[in-house]
Ligand binder design. Structure first.
Ligand SMILES: NC(=O)C1=CN([C@@H]2O[C@H](COP(=O)(O)OP(=O)(O)OC[C@H]3O[C@@H](n4cnc5c(N)ncnc54)[C@H](O)[C@@H]3O)[C@@H](O)[C@H]2O)C=CC1
Ligand SMILES: O=C([O-])CC(=O)C(=O)O
Length: 353
């Protein structure tokens, strides 16, 4: 039986859906054309896409209208996650990549790379206890970014963020591709938690609340600036103490509740998508896109620090100053800087050793 060329094209398209994990092929090139024609947008890779964060993050990015192509890379299970998500009737074309030999294909041509690869905490561990395993994972993945998509924006989620961002920066420096504007440590979950907990205390809808959270992403380095909450609000000393502790220990609260089954994944995926969407809106040229992130910074004497940043076509185009702090926050800032300095140095030393 003969098929018309139209029918042949349909069969090829069908095959593309049945083999979403295939790498380079004419079938996928056709899928690319479809993506360009049907759904203009950005190309996004998720590294660690089959994990607890990776899977819901991949689903939410598949639903994001700014995404035309979504690459899902992991060392396990990415074909299954890809096949599953590829059935969603949203615009983005999904492709899976499995294991180190496919890392370069996963990264080539990407505009944004989101990295939640690595091990999570168990009860009793600090984020720094993850350093020995995650530092090497982040190093390898960032070497791939430097080689295959040196102009991509990188959103780094893997813990300890206070050290993995300096590791990534050193990898990019070594490769000669470092642009501080394009490397962002994701601290959005701290802001998401702060908005939620502050809204509870104030009796407001969390969507109406905005709390800047500065410093870093671990314990006392997480510094919520309650004096700068929007809408303007005041807190008693007890409320300030309760809120600061709860925000700083939000991650531990989830680790303990999960009792050995990992750390925050669903709220983190939500936060990661909130941040990635802001990066994509910045890349598109939207004005006034501002989020907190852990970036190269001159706001303090430390080389990296989380503050509000303005996201634009080239990444973090403006890093905002801290603004006025009250006495409680000034004390918190000193504690945060002390711990951060060690974590940053540890990351730098890991690559320079
Ligand atoms: N920045 C933040 O606010 C947060 C960061 N995290 C961190 O995110 C990381 C991931 O957490 P989960 O998704 O819960 O862990 P998970 O263990 O569920 O998933 C991690 C995934 O990374 C993959 N992976 C491991 N080595 C890899 C490599 N070399 N290349 C590619 N993929 C690799 C694993 O196969 C797994 O699928 C952890 O380090 C965790 O501490 C978690 C919550 C919040
Ligand atoms: O606490 C952890 O290990 C995971 C994390 O970074 C968070 O939930 O903020």
């Amino acid at each position: 039986m003969e098929f018309s060329s139209d029918a042949n094209q349909r069969i090829a398209r069908l095959a593309a859906h049945l083999q979403p994990q295939m790498e380079e092929s004419s079938i996928l090139r056709r899928a690319d054309c479809r993506a360009k024609g049907g759904s203009p947008g950005f190309k996004v890779a998720i590294l660690g896409a089959a994990g607890g964060i990776g899977q819901p993050l991949a689903m939410l990015m598949k639903m994001n209208p700014l995404v035309s192509v979504l690459h899902l890379y992991d060392v396990v299970n990415s074909p299954g996650v890809t096949a599953d998500l590829s059935h969603m009737d949203t615009g983005a074309v999904v492709r899976g990549f499995l294991g180190q030999p496919q890392l370069e294909s996963a990264l080539t041509g990407m505009d944004l790379v989101i990295i939640p690869a690595g091990v999570p905490r168990k009860p009793g561990m600090t984020r720094d206890d993850l350093f020995n395993i995650n530092a090497g994972i982040v190093k390898t993945l960032c070497e791939g970014v430097a080689k295959c998509c040196p102009n991509a924006i990188v959103n780094l989620i893997s813990n300890p963020v206070n050290s993995t961002v300096p590791i990534a920066a050193e990898v990019f420096k070594k490769a000669g591709t470092y642009d501080p504007k394009r490397l962002l440590g994701v601290t959005t979950l701290d802001v998401v938690r702060a908005n939620t907990f502050v809204a509870e205390v104030l009796g407001l809808d969390p969507r109406e609340v905005n709390v800047p959270v500065v410093g870093g992403h671990s314990g006392v380095t997480i510094l919520p600036l309650l004096s700068q909450v929007k809408p303007p609000s005041s807190f008693t000393p007890d409320e300030t103490e309760y809120l600061t502790n709860r925000i700083q220990n939000g991650g531990t609260e989830v680790v303990e509740a999960k009792a050995g089954a990992g750390s925050a994944t669903l709220s983190m995926a939500y936060a990661a998508v909130k941040f990635a969407d802001a990066c994509l809106r910045g890349l598109r040229g939207d004005a006034g896109v501002v989020e907190c992130a852990f970036v190269a910074s001159e706001v303090t004497e430390l080389p990296f620090f989380a503050t509000k940043v303005r996201l634009g076509r080239t990444g973090a185009e403006e890093v905002y100053q801290l603004g006025p702090l009250n006495e409680y926050e000034r004390v918190g800032l000193e504690k945060a800087k002390e711990e951060l300095a060690g974590s940053i140095q540890k990351g730098i030393a890991f690559i320079k050793k």
